[in-house]
Design a protein around this ligand. Sequence first.
Ligand code: PAF
Length: 284
Amino acid sequence: MKLIQTIKELRTELEGLRNAGKSIGLVPTMGALHAGHASLVKRAVAENDVVVVSVFVNPTQFNDQNDLLKYPRTLEADSALLETCGASIVFAPSVEEIYPEQDTRQFSYAPLDTVMEGKFRPGHFNGVCQIVSKLFLMVEPTRAYFGEKDFQQLAIIREMVRKYPFNLQIVGCPIVREEDGLALSSRNTRLSSEQRKQALQISATLFASVEFSKNHSLAETKAFVENKIAEAEGLRLEYFEVVDGNTLQSVAQWEDTDYIVGCITVFCGEVRLIDNIKYRGVQA
Ligand code: PAF
């Protein structure tokens, strides 16, 4: 496995491989890797000849500077994990390498990016599209892998690929959870052991709501989740939306569409956690 820090070296390395007809898998990450990332990398390794994992804490997608400063940076441990997963290249550039000047490009995929995270984190998806589009242009991957935990991000990246257009396949991979149900997240390392227990209520509530939804209306199911989180110690709900999994627009009744997902964001102390659950159907 090679550690590469410059775009020039990355391009030179990949050009040879591409010319030799090798397929290239890309797994974009911000580091602080966990088993969720490992599952993306392992899938990419199984499906491609060469796998590039980018490790870059992208400043343009943080609308909260405190969050950016506190974001864990663990390149040594990340590299060790990636080696065991079979990655070929770790691309870990500096901020100056990626943004030698301000990126003024604007990406707008309304209404996908105006709801949920788009509403509560203005500019976030613009920053995500800035870095992901740069990575696609630098790596020119055959396939790129993203986790379904960031459900809205995945939908927006699919739309960006369609509209840009990029010639690659986006592969969405299932959420990886701890044995007790907590969705894996780099942010979990910031939870105290007490908060870790409190955060468990998020996935527990979502799982319970799937059972509840079988004989209750959508509005009742939404209220069920909102009330459970409001009652849970140490948690503060930012939003819970039940949306069409393709358009990300709110759904009023179960019968309205075939693909329905509940997306939730909860603060546990000052740590912002997201999760989602599927109520109906599959992606179109
Ligand atoms: O999901 C993430 O970790 C980031 O948003 C991504 C896709 C690596 C872009 O910085």
